[in-house]
Design a binder for this molecule. Structure first.
Ligand code: ATP
Ligand code: MG
Length: 359
């Protein structure tokens, strides 16, 4: 794996905070958009602390009517983390709802954000549409970017590795930090987003060709999928709708099969599975001029993904044999995270002059 992330962080600080919503198992979009980079950052030795949060309280903002789904996915997400190489010896993995300080911080930050500012968030706007919240919008959902600012700042994180859809949240966090520090004195740290350097990984599309692979849209290849499920999903993938005959020239730029290859394939995969091409550029050129069928490209993508996902799935199955161990590490992680958040809250209350009894 390249060290693109490690290079970029030289100028940044020393605390990472990021996380995922327990709304489903994690998928290959999470892998290229965030997980792969997190593991690299964790192992870079550049960071004093790495916090990874399972955002159950945020997941409830649009799943408040289905708490058992959120609960069931806590261990699923934790298993995906461990399977990808997040290491509890180096990284504190915790559950958002178990840190009450995050809710308190959100309440104070609400004063620093206007309704119209929240309504302008392009990611939230798209999600409101997608979830049919246009007529009846839960306040908790509209304000989740404020709670995300609490999650990041409670750990004084300066580095937030995320996919592109999270940029508006980081911008909102930075604005809150600036307002807070201006009003109450230098207390909080302004974070930076770290995005994957590979363009296709910024926002991996769904297998159905929709703009984003997303747990809530059911267009995912999951890290836990069995080999036959992966194969069936790939063979059924949306491609270029105008590429009807093999001889037709094809489009590779908004064709998810090629975008997945952009995100996953390396030259060595061609040596192993498709030696008649030296690299992806040659394969794309052939597809674009015509004469290359979708099935051949999909079979190649299947080989690449099977090879990438096999070790992750195997590790996941091993960890899944001991769920009590997973719960124990989440409990310990949550206790450790609470200590850090409590220290930040002491500083925040002092800055806001509400530390009447010395805390
Ligand atoms: P939900 O549909 O419940 O919002 P999700 O699939 O969008 O789920 P999140 O838990 O919201 O997943 O996102 C976790 C992290 O994964 C974020 O950093 C996000 O940017 C990244 N991410 C999610 N989907 C993709 C994707 N398709 N491509 C790249 N990064 C992604
Ligand atoms: Mg999301």
């Amino acid at each position: 794996m390249s060290h693109e992330y490690a290079k970029e962080v030289e100028t940044l600080g020393k605390v990472i905070l990021t996380g995922d919503r327990p709304t489903g198992r994690l998928h290959v979009g999470h892998y290229v958009g965030s997980l792969r980079g997190r593991v690299e950052l964790q192992n870079s030795g550049e960071f004093d602390k790495v916090f990874i949060m399972i955002a159950d309280a945020q997941a409830l903002t649009d799943n408040f009517d289905d708490p058992s789904k959120v609960r069931a996915n806590i261990t699923e997400v934790a298993l995906d983390y461990l399977a990808c190489g997040l290491d509890p010896a180096k990284t504190t993995i915790f559950i958002q709802s178990q840190i009450p300080q995050l809710t308190e911080l959100t309440f104070y930050y609400m004063n620093l954000v206007t309704l119209s500012r929240l309504e302008r968030n392009p990611t939230v706007k798209a999600e409101i549409k997608q979830k049919n919240f246009e007529k009846s919008l839960p306040m908790g959902f509209l304000t989740y970017p404020v709670s995300q600012a609490s999650d990041i700042t409670a750990f004084l994180a300066d580095t937030v590795p995320v996919g592109e859809d999270q940029l508006p949240m980081i911008e909102q966090t930075r604005e809150i930090v600036r307002s807070f520090n201006n009003l109450y004195g230098e207390t909080l740290v302004e974070p930076k987003a770290v995005l994957p350097s590979n363009a296709a990984s910024l926002r991996l599309p769904g297998t159905d060709g929709k703009a984003k692979m997303s747990k809530s849209l059911g267009n995912c290849i999951y890290l836990a999928d069995q080999p036959d499920e992966i194969r069936t999903k790939i063979m059924g993938m949306y491609t270029d709708p105008n590429h009807l005959k093999v001889s037709d020239p094809g489009n590779t730029t908004d064709n998810p099969v090629f975008l997945y290859l952009d995100a996953f394939c390396k030259d060595e995969h061609f040596e192993r599975y498709l030696p008649e091409y030296a690299n992806l550029a040659e394969l794309k050129a052939h597809y674009e001029r015509g004469g290359l069928g979708d099935v051949k490209v999909k079979k190649f993508l299947n080989n690449v993904l099977q090879e990438t996902l096999e070790p992750i799935r195997t590790r996941r199955e091993e960890f899944a044999k001991d769920i009590p161990y997973i719960m124990e590490l989440l409990q310990k992680g949550s206790e450790k995270a609470e200590e850090v958040a409590a220290e930040t809250l002491r500083r925040v209350r002092h800055a806001m002059q509400i530390d009447y009894f010395g805390k």
